[in-house]
Design a protein around this ligand. Structure first.
Ligand SMILES: NC(=O)c1ccc[n+]([C@@H]2O[C@H](COP(=O)([O-])OP(=O)(O)OC[C@H]3O[C@@H](n4cnc5c(N)ncnc54)[C@H](OP(=O)(O)O)[C@@H]3O)[C@@H](O)[C@H]2O)c1
Length: 328
């Protein structure tokens, strides 16, 4: 019998339950994927906790790698036995197997093992969005990367550094700072848990010789938002792409002008890959930069799928560096 993780009401990790999930034959345009590795992402926490409300009971998970087991009517370009990964909804990646829209499946190159794919595809495509769509990096520019030792953060830092961008990472521990430096960051600022971001901008100005950064990639949200804005150079961009610490404040557009003609953008991966052609083009480019060593997957740990609640505890406690992968 097939199993999945679901929750009936939002709450802490304990609401996640392991349930039987009978599988139908794949419908028209669908493929059945037998999962081999499942990626854990912070959006799973937002959904489970109720920060992003979803219809209940809810399946969870946007990212997995696996093998095509059966094809529905009208599916072309995929073979049974082929290795694939995917990155978006409908949710339900926290399962042993599931049916998924075939057009949303990305064929995996032999150079990327399944566990790495499950740590790379969602987070790496997010980095792709940030370095290819949101802002084109320029060699020598300064940027700020929050949660730089996280799943997205390590990939983003390495990619930007490989493009010649000077990255200032922000992390909560010295151990994380070491990891971020290994990925090529120019400097790393440590703000411990419970610490204040009030000195962030002055530290950034000191490192950049008073200039500030061209882009602040901020996935922390509420706690870091003001510090990120204050760290920007004139005409700088705050790419506010997550809210691990809570929802960001409302933005006064006129105030952005007074602070130096700043821009704020709320990038989201799903619109960027909504068109299958965009999804496949972005994945192709991600796999190319992976093959060149410009990005790599970081697996903090692997846990059994049944222990998804423990994975959420680890992620929320800020104990992880890189990605958590669930093994069905
Ligand atoms: N917009 C999009 O399309 C998109 C796509 C993917 C991911 N994201 C966002 O990118 C971020 C990273 O996702 P991820 O899955 O790779 O997670 P992650 O970065 O591995 O984990 C979140 C990290 O945020 C930092 N953090 C700072 N304050 C925190 C707080 N109060 N509570 C919890 N964590 C805090 C922690 O690092 P330190 O302890 O070092 O501070 C923690 O490790 C998330 O905000 C996610 O929502 C957005």
């Amino acid at each position: 019998m097939n199993h999945r993780i679901q929750f009936r009401a939002p709450g802490g990790p304990e609401v996640l339950e392991w349930v039987e999930a009978p599988l139908q034959a794949p419908g028209p345009g669908e493929a059945r994927v037998r999962h081999t590795a499942i990626g854990v992402n912070y959006i799973d926490v937002y959904q489970r906790s109720g920060a992003y409300p979803v219809p209940l009971p809810a399946a969870l998970g946007f990212e997995a790698a696996g093998v095509v087991e059966a094809l529905g009517a009208g599916v072309a370009g995929l073979d049974v036995g082929q290795r694939v990964a995917y990155v978006d909804g409908p949710t339900g990646a926290y399962a042993q197997a599931r049916n998924h829209p075939a057009a949303r499946l990305v064929a995996l190159p032999g150079s990327i093992p399944d566990e790495e794919a499950a740590a790379l595809i969602f987070k790496g495509l997010t980095a792709h969005m940030l370095v290819r769509r949101v802002w084109q990096p320029h060699r020598g520019d300064w940027v700020l990367v929050h949660a730089a030792a996280g799943g997205v953060g390590l990939i983003l830092t390495r990619w930007l550094a490989a493009e010649g961008v000077r990255v200032i990472g922000v992390v909560s521990t010295e151990a994380k700072a070491e990891t971020v430096k290994e990925e090529g960051a120019h400097s790393v600022l440590v703000i411990p848990r419970g610490g204040s971001y009030s000195d962030l901008a002055s530290s950034v100005k000191r490192i950049t010789g008073g200039k500030g950064v061209r882009v602040a990639y901020d996935s922390v949200g509420r706690d870091s938002f003001e510090g990120s804005l204050d760290s920007l150079a004139p005409f700088g961009l705050l790419a506010s792409f997550g809210r691990a610490s809570g929802a960001v404040p409302l933005v006064d557009v006129a105030d952005l002008g007074r602070r130096g003609a700043l821009a704020v953008q709320r990038p989201s991966l799903f619109p960027h890959v909504a068109d299958p052609a965009d999804l496949h083009a972005a994945a192709k480019e991600l796999f190319e930069v992976h093959a060149r060593g410009m990005v790599r997957a970081h697996i903090h740990d692997r846990l059994p799928l049944r222990e998804a609640a423990q994975a959420h505890r680890l992620l929320e406690s800020r104990a992880t560096q890189g990605a958590l992968v669930l093994i069905p």
